[in-house]
Ligand binder design. Structure first.
Ligand SMILES: [Zn+2]
Length: 91
């Protein structure tokens, strides 16, 4: 998937509340196995990495392509100031 397309989709989902704006914890990475990415909505192939995380605000579990996770993590911070739990995680 084109990164710009993925970014637009993720941005839209953040605006519509279909993706959380709070940061993710318990993040882990593994090879994909055909799971559907919460960001771009396409399958995560075995040759790709899947990133799992738990949103701190509502404990939603998330699964993303590695690239989509990076996009989500950047895009949500643009919207985060309105969220009490949306701050940057400590480095
Ligand atoms: Zn994706």
């Amino acid at each position: 998937m084109d990164e710009d397309v993925a970014r637009q989709l993720i941005h839209q989902k953040l605006h519509e509340g279909r993706l959380p704006r709070s940061r993710a914890v318990d993040i882990w990475v593994a090879p994909g196995d055909g799971q559907v990415c919460d960001g771009c909505g396409t399958a995560i192939a075995r040759k790709q990495q899947i990133v799992w995380g738990i949103a701190t605000r509502d404990r939603t579990s998330l699964q993303f392509h590695e690239d989509c996770f990076q996009i989500w993590d950047a895009e949500r911070l643009v919207l985060a100031p309105r969220e009490p739990d949306g701050g940057k995680s400590p480095a």
